[in-house]
Design a binder for this molecule. Structure first.
Ligand SMILES: C[S@@+](CC[C@H](N)C(=O)[O-])C[C@H]1O[C@@H](n2cnc3c(N)ncnc32)[C@H](O)[C@@H]1O
Length: 213
């Protein structure tokens, strides 16, 4: 295939310019986070546009985000929520999510977002649901556990989006490390799950959509 593209920063800027405008705070969160040592944890700019498109299409009343970090994905999804829509954000880090909280306030979406700090698997059992959309982007060893935990709260047509399912291209390596095997096993398990139609999207580090039947 010679028609796939590697995205330069210039192309990423062009993607922003060719899409609905993003709030200036969103650009600042990208710049601020990309100056941090943990920058690789942030969703990519083009992925944030894709997440916003998903919210526009699905029109979820309630989104659950597992793994918020400095807030880029929650900011962009909140910007596209239908009237009355809300996001529940789960993370363990007070430090990272302080950046997110500030950004939500400055972008005027703080009233749409509830942040719950603590290990997500423990938090999820206390949630009521339903959630029409779930974005899983936290510790990768728990991917299957997260899907199983949110399934009872997901109505038919609800979508679970799982990030990093191409695992920096290592899912096709001949000599997988234990973490790669974890992702490979998860991908195979999800694809065969009787409750989901599964589509893997080749964006950023791989984003799998599991749509509840
Ligand atoms: C890849 S980052 C999330 C990136 C974010 N979605 C964004 O838009 O930039 C992963 C986040 O998951 C959080 N995390 C890791 N393990 C967790 C756990 N067991 N429960 C909740 N959050 C966790 C980390 O603190 C980190 O902020």
């Amino acid at each position: 295939m010679d028609n796939a593209i590697e995205l330069s920063n210039e192309l990423r800027e062009y993607i922003f310019e060719s899409s609905e405008p993003v709030h200036p705070v969103l650009r600042r969160v990208i710049e601020q986070t990309q100056a941090m040592t943990e920058r690789s944890m942030q969703v990519t700019p083009e992925q944030s546009i894709f997440l916003r498109a998903m919210v526009r299409l699905v029109k979820p009343q309630r989104i659950l985000e597992i793994g918020t970090f400095t807030g880029l994905s929650s900011l962009v999804m909140a910007s596209a929520l239908p009237a009355g829509g809300r996001i529940t954000c789960l993370d363990v880090s007070e430090e990272f999510t302080a950046i997110a909280r500030q950004a939500w306030g400055e972008a005027g979406v703080a009233d749409k977002i509830e942040l719950i700090l603590g290990p997500a698997l423990e938090t999820i059992v206390s949630l009521q649901g339903p959630y029409d959309m779930v974005f899983i982007d936290a510790d990768k060893g728990n991917l299957q556990a997260y899907v199983e935990a949110v399934l009872p709260m997901l109505p038919s047509g609800g979508v679970v989006m799982v990030d990093n399912t191409l695992w920096r291209q290592l899912v096709v390596t001949d000599d997988p490390t234990p973490s790669t095997v974890t992702i490979q096993k998860f991908n195979a398990w999800l694809k065969d799950h009787p409750d989901f139609d599964v589509e893997m999207i080749g964006i950023a580090d791989g984003l799998t959509l599991a749509i509840r039947r």
